[in-house]
Write a protein that binds this ligand. Structure first.
Ligand code: FE2
Ligand code: FE2
Length: 276
């Protein structure tokens, strides 16, 4: 199964005429199916798709990695191109999500009501479990947090019954592709931990070797210890290629680049990864 992953939106642009915005969107294509993981924050995805000569009307499914605006805010612009399409996500994407810094709170959830998106063609498939899209492509379900060194960002909250409580990000999910070389995993933000996500990917698929990982790793505020234990785990999992995006942060990216050498790259807007 030839597979390609094209990043249609990310914090930085890696090609001429491609635009950047805070957020992430990755198009996964095989001979059989086209799946868009996330939509970035506003209108960069349709712009970049046109530059990269990708026709968004041919997309079969959208998968949302979680409810934050920087992954879902492009839905209106993307749905205008796709028309009717299934949108696979966890029910908690609709939570009233906030970033809280001391006295200040900022709404960071989906910037649309469900009815508007449905009127534009979205039919939501909401599930806490893994969703198989083809025989070889599956989304994670809720990601068990098993490593001791990965924690959810302590600034992230959700409003429930008028009260702000820490957001467990049960909606956090990734997209997994089974290939002849091993698993390819596309991450949104990996809020529940990149390594937890990769362990879960192995559990769901029964495939041990993880060949390629691209996307947001949320190492932006990670301690050096967490970063070094993450690198140790990536080596144990056999990861041959790591393309970091979005919420990785420069300090973590620099360490990963130094430690992983040629196996590391910046996965930014316009990047394309092909397997094999
Ligand atoms: Fe996020
Ligand atoms: Fe994000």
């Amino acid at each position: 199964m030839p597979l390609s992953l094209t990043t249609l939106g990310e914090n930085t642009a890696g090609r001429p005429r491609v635009l950047a915005e805070w957020g992430l969107s990755i198009l996964v294509e095989t001979d059989d199916v086209k799946i868009l993981l996330d939509t970035c924050a506003s209108t960069t995805v349709p712009h970049n798709a046109a530059i990269l000569k990708i026709d968004l009307s041919t997309i079969d499914k959208i998968v949302l990695s979680h409810g934050h605006y920087d992954h879902t805010g492009g839905l209106r612009a993307v749905l205008a191109e796709t028309g009717s399409v299934e949108v696979i996500a966890h029910p908690d994407i609709w939570g009233a999500k906030y970033a809280v810094f001391g006295e200040h709170k900022r709404y960071i959830g989906i910037p649309f009501v469900r009815e508007e998106l449905e009127s534009l063609g979205a039919s939501f498939i909401l599930s806490s479990d893994p969703v198989w899209i083809t025989d070889d492509i599956v989304t994670t379900g809720e990601i068990p947090m098993v490593t001791e060194y990965e924690q959810i960002d302590s600034h992230l909250y959700v409003e429930a019954d008028g009260e702000l409580v820490p957001d467990l990000l049960l909606d956090d999910r990734a997209l997994i592709m089974k290939t002849e070389l091993g698993l390819v995993v596309a991450l949104g933000c990996a809020h529940r931990g990149m390594i937890n996500t990769l362990y879960h990917a192995r559990e769901i698929t029964g495939v041990d070797l993880i060949h390629t990982v691209v996307g947001g790793t949320h190492l932006v505020s990670a301690s050096e210890e967490r970063i070094s234990r993450t690198i140790e785990a990536l080596r144990e999992l056999g990861v041959q290629r790591l393309g970091v995006s979005h919420c990785t942060g420069l300090p973590a990216a620099s360490i990963l680049a130094r430690e992983l050498g040629d196996n590391f790259f910046f996965n930014n807007a316009g990047s394309r990864v092909t397997i094999p």
